[in-house]
Design a protein around this ligand. Structure first.
Ligand SMILES: C[S@@+](CC[C@H](N)C(=O)[O-])C[C@H]1O[C@@H](n2cnc3c(N)ncnc32)[C@H](O)[C@@H]1O
Length: 265
């Protein structure tokens, strides 16, 4: 059965954290794997749709390469993405600012090299060039300046001219998630739970990627229907519809969770 969890909130709303500090505490890390990505969660369902698509993108890319394919997973967190991609590349590296997140990732990865630190102040954490860079569930909630600085840093280490950047934005403002966010923002004025209620439109994400030196070559969407439907007896039908609409199609602008495949501009 699919479980829907509330949008992640902080334990201490009176002391707002910046995004880079959000995932440092052990209980937040445990919550991320056990609840956000626990068995039957909505996020796990969406990842189940995304994973084979991402694996195919990597496999197709690798077939076009004559030399080794090096992957960087930026903000690798607890290793969900890098653990599934490491068998598909010649070398995989993950980097994240939270040592507790990376501790969990180490248990899932077999070959990937995992590093902890801030690539903005410690550029030595990054290799010279990567054929593929991925970054999942980072852009949406990072502060605008952080988004832009990180993307420009990643652009500098992506191989020219044909390297691949795959980023995701898990809160499209043009999706049916939007009304729930408006409602949660209204409630947040009095309840102050510290929930992350950010949204980005496909247009704004495209513009951000363009300004950072990338060209979006594909946009894929996952999850059209409001996640709250998964709490109702309609969840089976919702899951079937979301499976049907998943991927690269003309409805992807309306999907909740977007995946952008980019090349250096
Ligand atoms: C929502 S988690 C996503 C983790 C993983 N990419 C995934 O999709 O499961 C966001 C991650 O971004 C990391 N993060 C936040 N700010 C960062 C920064 N400045 N540099 C590197 N990682 C950062 C957090 O520590 C956290 O692990």
């Amino acid at each position: 059965m699919l479980r829907l969890r509330p949008l992640m909130s902080l334990k201490s709303p009176s002391s707002p954290l910046n995004y880079s500090d959000r995932f440092r505490e052990k209980d937040v890390v445990a919550d991320y794997d056990a609840r956000e990505y626990g068995a039957g969660s909505y996020s796990s369902f969406i990842w189940g749709l995304q994973r084979p698509v991402l694996e195919k993108i990597l496999a197709d890319f690798r077939r076009t390469q004559s030399g080794p394919v090096r992957l960087l997973d930026f903000a690798c967190g607890t290793g969900r993405v890098i653990a599934c991609l490491e068998p598909l590349v010649d070398a995989a590296e993950g980097v994240d600012i939270s040592d507790n997140m990376v501790d969990v990732a180490r248990k899932k990865c077999r070959t990937a090299q995992l590093k902890v630190g801030d690539v903005l102040s410690q550029p030595e954490l990054l290799g010279k060039k990567y054929e593929v860079i991925t970054s999942f569930r980072f852009l949406l909630n990072a502060e605008p300046e952080l988004r832009s600085r990180v993307l420009k840093t990643l652009r500098a280490v992506l191989r020219e001219p044909d390297g691949l950047l795959v980023v995701n934005v898990h809160g499209n403002s043009r999706s049916l998630r939007h009304p729930a966010i408006v409602w949660r923002r209204w409630r947040e004025r009095t309840q102050n739970t510290g929930a992350m209620l950010n949204e980005l439109s496909p247009e704004a994400t495209n513009a951000l990627l363009r300004e950072s030196g990338f060209q979006v070559v594909r946009q894929l969407g996952f999850g059209m229907l409001p996640p709250t439907l998964y709490r109702t007896p309609l969840r089976g039908a919702a899951a079937a519809a979301d499976k049907f609409f998943a991927g690269e199609n003309r409805w992807s602008d309306r999907s909740i969770d977007l995946m952008f495949v980019c090349r250096p501009a």
